[in-house]
Design a protein around this ligand. Structure first.
Ligand code: SF4
Length: 297
């Protein structure tokens, strides 16, 4: 019913897939494209000029129109195929204005980002009805620079999580994707989870790398020392939902390790699109469980 008349706020499609464990929600990408440059990004496979983010045409008028067509209180995810805080959001403020309209209209917001710029909008986010999820894939700046060349450093992302929590804003972390031989070192993961717990995150969601040919090629080019082993692993992988996943025993090994490290620190844990039943009961994969819950959970 909504699909025909909505212009920028769309029904979150993957929700229909059996791999998706998200609650029903909508999706809004204020920008088309993203300049963070993540080599594992699935969106760059199908969006033209992906590295040149541009604001959606008539973004704000279309948001107002779409909001009038969806139920009050609906959950809107920003964003799933471009980072809402990609440059040039610092200058344009389009995500900020979209956020203001959505929250003032009585809707709930889930923000997914790799940028500490989200802290700029704490004044809006701390009114409630929102949760912020920041992805931190490694603590190693050099590895991060190869994985996510233009995104803020891991240190900045951790600081952003700490600042959000200090403001009483619900915040979770994603360790996504875990890539064998690249960011799978157990000691690093342990230190990362300790830092996330110290920052006060309310949940960790972890996920392993799913590839298409172009994604695997970019990762192998960036990490040539791991390329042979990675290609061999994915050659033995499992095809699910148009992507090649790691063999099931590898996914179980990585995700169980992260889950146990989270539990040592009392952190709820979930996975994302893994076709595995590993999760803290009652905890949603996208962090939306924590919208409107008390700060001290
Ligand atoms: S931040 Fe997200 S949308 Fe942007 S390049 Fe990285 S994975 Fe893609």
């Amino acid at each position: 019913m909504f699909k025909r008349s909505l212009r920028v706020i769309r029904i979150f499609d993957p929700w229909r897939s059996r791999l998706c464990t998200c609650p029903m929600k909508f999706n809004l990408n204020p920008y088309t494209g993203c300049s963070h440059g993540c080599i594992y990004c699935y969106a760059r496979t199908y969006i033209k000029d992906f590295n040149k983010p541009r604001v959606k045409l008539r973004l704000l008028q279309n948001i107002d129109s779409d909001l009038s067509k969806i139920p009050k209180g609906s959950l809107i995810s920003m964003s799933n195929s471009s980072d809402p805080y990609t440059p040039p959001e610092d200058k344009l403020g389009s995500t900020r204005e979209a956020l203001r309209r959505i929250l003032n209209g009585g809707y709930r917001v889930l923000i997914i980002t790799k940028s500490d710029l989200v802290v700029r909008d704490s004044d809006l986010l701390k009114r409630g009805n929102s949760v912020v999820s920041i992805t931190v894939t490694t603590l190693d700046d050099e590895v991060s620079k190869k994985l996510e060349p233009n995104a803020p450093t891991p240190t900045k992302r951790l600081k952003a999580l700490e600042n959000l929590r200090r403001e009483g804003i619900a915040a979770t972390a994603r360790i996504d994707p875990i890539i064998p031989y690249v960011n799978d070192d157990v000691e690093m993961l342990k230190e990362l989870i300790n830092k996330l717990a110290d920052a006060g995150v309310m949940q960790v969601t972890a996920s392993t790398l799913k590839v298409k040919a172009d994604i695997l090629r970019r990762v192998c080019n960036a990490f040539p020392e791991a390329a042979g082993k990675l290609r061999a692993l994915y050659a033995d992988g499992e095809e699910l939902g148009n992507y090649i996943y790691l063999p099931r025993n590898y996914r179980l090994k990585y995700l169980t390790t992260v889950m146990n490290l989270c539990y040592v620190r009392g952190l709820p844990f979930t996975t994302c699109r893994e076709a595995l039943r590993i999760a803290t009961p009652g905890i949603g994969c996208d962090g939306s469980t924590f919208i409107n819950m008390p700060n001290n959970i």
